[in-house]
Design a protein around this ligand. Sequence first.
Ligand code: SF4
Length: 461
Amino acid sequence: MPKVALTTLGCKVNQYETQKILESFEARGFEIVPFDSPADVYVINTCSVTQSAEAKSRQTVRRAARQNPNAIVVMTGCYAQFTLRRGERVAEAHLVVPNPDKLHTVDRLLENFPELAEQLRTDALTSSPSKIFPLGHPSGSEEKSRPTPGSMDDEPIPNAEPRPLKRTRAVLKIQDGCNVFCSFCSIPYTRPVMRSLPYQEVLAEAQALVAHGFREIVLTGVLIGDYGEHSGSGGPDLPTLCAMLSEIEGLERIRISSIEPTQVSDALIEQLATNPKMCPHLHIPLQSGDSRVLRTMNRPYDQAFYLDLCRRLRERIPHLAISTDIMVGFPGEDEEAFENTCRVVETVEFCRAHLFRYSPRPGTPAEAMAEQVPEHVKAERAQRLQAVCRAVQLRYATRFIGQTEYVRVETRSKLSGLLTGTSDHYLQVEFTGSPTLVGQLVPVRIQSVSPEGILGECVTR
Ligand code: SF4
């Protein structure tokens, strides 16, 4: 059997799609191996959201080529799409699959390398059926999330590292495409078609995930609040879909990965407030707390709108966890605008904020804007804002001292022996417990909060 190794850079949408690509390779009879193992084919699902993500995408392609100089290296994803548009080449990539075509990567590979198709045919004749069609299932975990501008989930892009495929929490992509055209973002150019997964398929996938042992599902999409809008079938919107999903027996938690401020509807707030399966957490990209900068970013809201939304949310759900993405050093951001962003961070009291410095994306309107902020100013502001965010994050977490939080246990630290997991309110909690609890939802009383971390103790149910 030919061996294939896959890896992902970037957002949860990319992670999810890599799983889908993996399944299609499995279905054709490829053996899936870890990315750092010798393989016949390497597939890199790339990201282009920052210059750093692009550089890491290129490095990963080169790493694959070094690992086995005889392997076929395939590149797809947002960065791959950009190289096609700009007529650039990454010398080590033998095949570049356009982003809209990525779920057919295996077909494009076999069309371009017929000798592989021939090998698969020969292997199929000599293998047992169970080997030809191994069972695979879409799975994903939040691990650490990250922000893509706007829809970027919850983790800073500059750290976008290739991700392993093993997950503890399932990610389910229900929507694709963006038509907002924020002036800094390249996503609408690479994912222009608005699509929603029909709700029947969402429910079927969720049921299958639960049958495979997943108890928590993270709903993801590029513009997830748009779910149902472009389905053309009069299907449910996002809040209704959440209500339908919560009917699935065995599914304990539903989390929404990232939602634009203008798409948090009253109906969604009611779902969060009344549906016990919904995690009390929303990731709402702020990007800037200054109305003038938001306008030049082409973000469809201002500071007052964002603050009012957070106020209404916390009025209805008092300790709601709100995390965010903030861009530092967007063109035209002066000291006053930056201070406005700091003030919004203080006021909202985010549970987590992912900061990244603005870097121009080729072909976007912001690239050509005057008043680009010098790198040293961006660095200095990022440092200051980081300090504000850390203080606010601690303040938010101290609300929970003495309270019991449900924690999804993700790992056991080899160093400290403590279990680590994410609570309903998106706190990273450490506590003593048996490794058999990994993957489970465990009640944990929060004992202390400090810059070193949040400690708790497991409460007997
Ligand atoms: S909403 Fe803005 S930041 Fe988010 S994907 Fe669309 S254009 Fe990009």
